[in-house]
Design a binder for this molecule. Sequence first.
Ligand code: ATP
Ligand code: MG
Length: 205
Amino acid sequence: MRPLGAGRASQVFDLGDGRVLRRGGAPKREAHVMARARAVGFPVPEVLEVLDDGLVLELVEGPTMLEDLSRRPWRIATHARLLAALHDELHEIPFEDATLLHLDLHPDNVLLAASGPVVIDWTNARAGEPMLDVALSWLLARTSGGLGGRLFSHPFRACFDGEELEQGIAAACAFRLADPNVSPDEQTAVRALLARRSRAKTWLR
Ligand SMILES: Nc1ncnc2c1ncn2[C@@H]1O[C@H](COP(=O)(O)OP(=O)(O)OP(=O)(O)O)[C@@H](O)[C@H]1O
Ligand SMILES: [Mg+2]
């Protein structure tokens, strides 16, 4: 088994036969959510087996959007629009009396296959308000993606109604600060963003 990647919450192995093993997360719940998305044509890897401690998934060939951005940074606006389009498509899917949200939809969780983008890493997915998902992707870019992330955040944000996005930011910050996988540096960056925004509001009053 060749390790493909180890994230904060899982390990992924290439099983060598067109399948990957993703250990970690909440396999049953993730399989359920992924099946729901796949049923309506949203691009997710096929779930081949649900194990107690992980999922066996179809191997998707292709770089992540983040890898592609590091090789071809001039594609930043195109990729930001693609990520925004994936949000729009995902948020057409009704789920548990609300809308299906991914809640970790960033360029490292999009694989660029020859057939098109494929969204992975459904650990955080749940039902909710679409603007929380969009604001969270923006926040991740602003506070966890370095200079490249901050540059990416502008064309991404421009794809949405600014006022609506604003309404999701407080909840996105709270979500991020409650995540035990968020590093102290990332938490500091989120708090600094909140502080800057509250200062800006005071000046505008
Ligand atoms: N179905 C797949 N096909 C090919 N590669 C995959 C697949 N699923 C995951 N990977 C590879 O494994 C890496 C980690 O996968 P994933 O994002 O699901 O795990 P994670 O542990 O939740 O990551 P993180 O916590 O860093 O977000 C991906 O960046 C990708 O390179
Ligand atoms: Mg990931």
